[in-house]
Design a protein around this ligand. Structure first.
Ligand code: SF4
Length: 327
C-alpha cells in the first residue's frame, strides 16, 4: 500500500500513515502491535483487520561469488525468483515482475517456463524487504522473471513505493526497469515514473531480432529507440540498451555498425552482457576480447558503453537462467 492508501484504510492522518510505512518499508517491522508512533486506537483497529504482509523466501541458494538466489512463493502459490547481488560500492536486488513470462524469447529459461501469473506490487516490494540484509540494498533492477511492461500497474506502484521518501526511499535513479519492448507500456512508464529504462535489444537487425525476441514483430525496436531518444531528459534518469553477446551470432562487425547507426547521437548507453547457455541451445557467449573490442568501438564512436560481469552462474541466478529449477 502507498501512504495515501494506508491513510484511507486506517482512517489516520498523514504523519501516522508515514509512521506505519516507515516502520514496515524501512525497519521491516512485521507485527502491528510493535509499530511505534501511532495511537493505540489505530493500532488496535489495524491489528483486527490487517497484517504488515512481509513474507520470507521459501528457499535460497548462495553462489561462490556471494550472489544469493531466493525462491518466493506467494499466497496464490505462484513461484518466482529474486537475486541479491552484494558489492562493496553497490548492492543490487534483481526482482521479478511475473511468475514466468509470456514473451517467449527462446534464449531465456524463464520464457520456456511459460506464464504463470502477474505479481502484485506487494509481491514485488516484498522481494526487497522480505530477505535478510535487505537494508544493504542500494539498487533495484527489474531484470528477474517476467516482462515488466506486461504487468505495468503493479510495477509502477512498486517503483513508487521503492522510491518514495515514505517508502523504501531509494533514489529513482537507482531503480532500473528492463523490457523487451511493449510500446504503449514504455510510453506510459516514461511519463509516469522517473526510474531508468533498459531495452533488451539482442540485435540491431529487425529480422534477426524477431527470431530471438518475438515482441519485435508487434513492437519494432527501432520505433521504441526513437521514442526513447525523443523523450525529454529527466535528471539522473538513465536510458540504456542491454545487449547479450553471442559468439558469431550477434557480435559481428555488421552488428556493431548496426548498433552504432541505431544509437549514434543519443544519450542511450549500451550494457554488454555475456550470454549464458540454456539447455538445448549450443550457442556460446562472445569471448571477453570480442566484448572489450565491441565496447571500445562503441565508445570511440561516441556511444557510452560498459561490460556487465556475470554473477551467480553456479546457482542459475545469472541473466536468462531464472526458473531453471522450477516445475
Ligand atoms: S528475456 Fe525477458 S521478456 Fe524474454 S522470455 Fe525472458 S523474461 Fe520474458
Amino acid at each position: 500500500m502507498t501512504e495515501e492508501e494506508i491513510r484511507n484504510f486506517a482512517g489516520c492522518d498523514y504523519s501516522h500513515a508515514v509512521s506505519i510505512t516507515n516502520s514496515i518499508y524501512k525497519k521491516r517491522i512485521n507485527d502491528i502491535s510493535l509499530l511505534p508512533g501511532i495511537p493505540k486506537l489505530i493500532r488496535e483497529k489495524l491489528n483486527e483487520i490487517s497484517v504488515p504482509g512481509i513474507y520470507k523466501p521459501a528457499a535460497s541458494e548462495k553462489s561462490s561469488d556471494g550472489t544469493i538466489k531466493y525462491l518466493f512463493r506467494n499466497r496464490q502459490g505462484l513461484e518466482f525468483e529474486t537475486v541479491f547481488l552484494p558489492g562493496s560500492r553497490r548492492t543490487t536486488m534483481c526482482v521479478s515482475s511475473q511468475s514466468g513470462c509470456r514473451m517467449g524469447c527462446p534464449f531465456c529459461v524463464t520464457g520456456r517456463y511459460g506464464f504463470r501469473g502477474n505479481l502484485s506490487s506487494h509481491d514485488i516490494v516484498n522481494q526487497i524487504i522480505g530477505i535478510q540484509d535487505s537494508e544493504k540494498v542500494t539498487h533495484v533492477v527489474f531484470m528477474g522473471m517476467g516482462e515488466p511492461m506486461d504487468n505495468l500497474d503493479n510495477v509502477l506502484k512498486a517503483c513508487n513505493i521503492i522510491s518514495a521518501e515514505w517508502g523504501i526511499s531509494l533514489s529513482s535513479g537507482n531503480i532500473t526497469v528492463s523490457t523487451v519492448g511493449i510500446t504503449s507500456g514504455i510510453i506510459r512508464f516514461l511519463e509516469e515514473s522517473k526510474c531508468n529504462l533498459a531495452l533488451s535489444l539482442y540485435s540491431p537487425l529487425p529480422e534477426e531480432r524477431a527470431q530471438a525476441v518475438p515482441a519485435e514483430k508487434k513492437y519494432p525496436s527501432h520505433k521504441i529507440i526513437e521514442i526513447i531518444k525523443n523523450f525529454p531528459a529527466v535528471k539522473k534518469r538513465r536510458m540504456s540498451v542491454a545487449y547479450i553477446m553471442i559468439n558469431n551470432i550477434n557480435d559481428t562487425d555488421k552488428h556493431l555498425e548496426g548498433l552504432k547507426n541505431l544509437l549514434l547521437g543519443s544519450r542511450i548507453r549500451v550494457n554488454l552482457l555475456p550470454y549464458h547457455s540454456v539447455p538445448g541451445n549450443s550457442n556460446l557467449s562472445s569471448s571477453p576480447e570480442r566484448m572489450k573490442q565491441f565496447k571500445h568501438e562503441l565508445v570511440m564512436s561516441g556511444i557510452s558503453a560498459s561490460i556487465r560481469e556475470s554473477r551467480g552462474i553456479d546457482v542459475s541466478a545469472a541473466c536468462g537462467l531464472l526458473a531453471s529449477g522450477l516445475k
